[in-house]
Design a protein around this ligand. Structure first.
Ligand code: SF4
Ligand code: SF4
Length: 236
């Protein structure tokens, strides 16, 4: 019998937490998370598409962070159902910084788009990291991915490499990518303008054809971008 158990992801999938990757902590770079003593594995959980937002809305959960609250509640329920008695800790969401994009790159989910939102061939940019869990589990590991590979590796090359026209660049009203790299200052300044068309969305993201079937609806976009707008207001 294999020492690894199949990952019991069906319940998470049903709740819209439909991206999961399992790493053995011993295989991860030492600086990627902090203290991990007493745990064997790191489980990276994300959402792709609209399912999570639909589940959150249906649950009636309120408050300032309904997605985080729903995610944490779901993970507690999932662990108690599928790994009762197992030790685990939810690192993210939480106060400790976690290198989410580095973990995403190791999982094969993350490639940087010109506007610096992560992209992959399946979901486009319509996904996000929702939780990082340390656990003393024996789940089957996700296939290893070399995040530096520029050619197709496990079918997970960046879609931007093959995108000739790069419509996202021309679609940005602030021309935040016009100089060949992304200018957060230009993007933020434009988003803060009173008549900005990017207060609660990103025109560049909408212009990208990759994974467009998974594009968030207006409500989810507004929720997502109202959080980043608030962060920009505080920072700038
Ligand atoms: S439009 Fe092309 S270059 Fe821009 S994010 Fe999409 S795939 Fe990448
Ligand atoms: S939010 Fe608007 S200004 Fe910022 S990168 Fe996207 S399209 Fe450009």
């Amino acid at each position: 019998m294999s020492e690894f158990q199949p990952f019991p992801g069906v319940m998470l999938d049903r709740c819209g937490l439909n991206r999961q990757a399992v790493f053995d902590l011993a295989d991860l770079p030492g600086d990627i998370v902090g203290e991990t003593a007493g745990y064997r594995q790191l489980i990276l959980i994300g959402h792709g598409g609209r399912g999570l937002w639909e589940a959150v809305t249906k649950s009636g959960i309120g408050g300032a962070d309904p997605i985080d609250d729903f995610t944490v509640r779901t993970i507690h329920r999932w662990m108690s159902e599928y790994q009762p008695g197992n030790r685990y800790a939810i690192l993210y969401p939480g106060p400790q910084p976690v290198a989410l994009q580095r973990l995403g790159a190791l999982a094969g989910w993350h490639h940087a788009s010109p506007f610096m939102v992560g992209i992959d061939a399946e979901w486009g940019t319509w996904y996000a990291y929702r939780a990082v869990v340390l656990a003393d589990t024996h789940f089957a590991l996700s296939p290893a991915v070399d995040p530096r590979a520029s050619s197709c590796f496990h079918g997970r090359a960046s879609p931007c490499a093959a995108c000739q026209d790069k419509p996202c660049i021309a679609a940005c009203p602030a021309q935040a990518m016009a100089c060949g790299s992304f200018s957060l200052a230009r993007c933020a300044a434009y988003r803060l303008q009173p008549d900005s068309t990017c207060a609660f969305t990103c025109k560049a993201r909408l212009a990208c054809p990759v994974g467009s079937a998974h594009r968030y609806d207006a409500d989810q976009l507004r929720h997502t971008y109202s959080i980043s707008l608030q962060t920009i207001r505080e920072y700038f």
